[in-house]
Structures are given as C-alpha cells and as structure tokens.
Write a protein that binds this ligand. Sequence first.
Ligand SMILES: [Zn+2]
Ligand SMILES: [Zn+2]
Length: 398
Amino acid sequence: MYVRRLTLSLLLAPALVTASYPQSSHVDPWAPTELNNLPPVASLTDGTWLKGDLHVHSSHSKESSNNSVAKIISYSESVGMGYACITDHDNHVLGDVAHNTWTDPDFKSQKLILLYCAEWTTTRGHGNTISAVPYDHQRFYYVRDQRDVVVGAVKKELGIHLSANHPSGKDHFGYSYDMVDSIEVWNSSIWPKNANAIMIWDDMLSSGRKLTGRGGSDAHHGAAPTPEQATKNTPQAAWNYIGTPTTWIFVKDKTRQGVIDALNSGRVSVSANPYAPRVEFYADTDGNGQMDMMMGDNVKATGKPVKFSVRLTGNIAPDGVYTAHVIKNGNKYKDIQITGKSGNAGFEDAPPQIERTYYRVEVEGPSTPYPQVPKSTEGSGSMVGLSNPLYFNFNPNF
Ligand SMILES: [Zn+2]
Ligand SMILES: [Zn+2]
C-alpha cells in the first residue's frame, strides 16, 4: 500500500507542474486530413481465386527431408493448388538459389504458376522474397547485414516482393516493415502460436501501413516413401504440410506477375487447409445493395453507414455454425454468426469521413478434415480462416 501511494504521488506531481508549460501552437503536419480522390477499385468479379502455399522448403534446404522439388509440385497439383512458392533457405547455398532451387530439373509444372522464391535467412530474421522472373538473389543475400536503407534500396532495384516471416519469436523479422510488402500472419498448422504475429500486423495496419497478411506452412518434411527413408522429423508431415495454412489470392491475370500483383493488392484470404472454406469480405459503401469493394481495397469514407458482408465459400458444414470475429482498427469490434446453411452474414458501421479505419475478420467454426495431413486440424482447431482488411482513408502515398 505504501509503495502504491508513493507511485501515485510521483505520477501526480508532474501533472501539477505541466500547468506552467502549455503546449505550443505547433501544427501536426501528419494529422488526418481529407485525401484527394483514391484510385478506383478494381472489378470484384473479373478474376479467379487461386490457392497455394507461400512458404515451403525443398531438399535444397539442408534440414529438410523427403521433400524434393518434384514432390512439392506433384503434391500441390494433387490438392488443387494454383500456384507454388518454394522458399529454400538462401544461406544453405550461400545465396545462390538461382542455381539450386530455380534450376532444379523438376522445377516445372503444366498446372501450377511457379513463382521464383527464396527464404532470406539472416542474423536479423527471415523473410520470403517472391518474384515473377528470376532475379539476382545473390545481391540480396550479400546485403543482409547492412543498414535497412541499403537493404531497402537493393530490394527496390531488384523489384522483388518481400514478406516478413514468422515475425515474432525465434528468427523474428528484425528489419523495418517499411520495406515489406506482406507479413506471415499464419505460420504452420498451429494457429494459436500466431497471436503475436497478428498483434504486429494490427500495429502496422493501425499506423497506416497497408500490409497484406498471408499464410505459409513452412513445411520442411514430406512423408517417407518407405519406412527406411523415415527420419526423426518425418512425423511432422502428418501435422504440418503443404497447405497448412492455404493462402487464396484473387488474381486478375493467371500469370506469375498476376499472382504478385494480387498479393500486393491484399485481395488475399487465408484458410486452415486447401479444403477449408475461404473467407471473403466485402462492403457496399453507397447503399445500393451491391457490394462495391472487397478485402484489400481502399476507399474514401463518406461518413455514412456502410454494409459489410462476410461470406464463406467452399466446403461449409451445412449444419455448422461459424463465428466471424470482426476486428476494427486493431480492436475486437463485434462477433457475428454465420450459419452453414446461408454461408454469409453482415453488419453495418459508419467509418468516419476523415480518419483511417480498417476492418478485418477471423472466422472460427467446425474444422475441415485434411486427410493427407490428418493431424493438422488438431493444430488449427476451430480456426477456419481469416480475411485481409477493408481499408478506408488509407493514404496510397504513405
Ligand atoms: Zn524461417
Ligand atoms: Zn522457412
């Protein structure tokens, strides 16, 4: 009690003093103001949802087992993926992913859009690099210990997408998020361990950074073809493998660049596995009964009420009841129920005309079996999927 009273008196003391130091008349140059017209929202229907895994290790990563490039590609095709992004540790080949993963004779597919990717594996943390065309990854490897301004300049020159991996905990992403295009908000099938990643994401969004959230299994180990080929890590394949979680991307063009453009735009949704329902999030901003923006889109708020719609697409449990947790500006806003029968639900709110506002949803409900990775649902539990945000008044020139 004594300590507490002392603390209080210390807290109160400066308050009395500040009366003689009134705030100066300085004007905050960064205070919210009305933005000029924002770029128009792209079509909500002209595109295709493609699914894939944005973080997978092949045998070009030293610690992986039973996971060749050929196996990753054929497996991805077998579960209906539309794209693949093999992210081997660049430090295992001293930066030369271009002459390892990308020139692997099996690095080809008739069905998948194969992106040029690597896991930038550095002393200050891990990030995935993603590109539509081969680029000089060696340069990015060499610059890893330099100041962020140097790293950022090389990243820009190379024209690559940079994504922060498992941003909290071991090998957390220890670089500025100002040079990052997306963040891994759901790493591996074990959803609960991503709480801090979600917190970092919300902090970045709340401070005006329009940053795409994505998933990645970070799978290193495939099932062993014969008992003799099993390793001590082989059991992981039953818990966490390609597609746990699955990242859905709404692409306008089914090309490598089309996938990256859509990833940048934030028209991205993450599901527990390739068979779980996809969470879609839309809004009708002018009250005409038609949805006119989807997740990732950024519009000017009018101050009038907006109708929001959360939809589940795919394998919905018809008798199931789902809960969409709506997060507004980093805080829990409300929960809405979605019945398996309807597959959608809505809510209304009026984002203010001047300040930034964002909304995103996390959906819980019955889990969807993933027979090829049978224990993954124990890790994801009731987590079904999450959306990217709908943005209001975010400055595109930030
Ligand atoms: Zn990593
Ligand atoms: Zn990894």
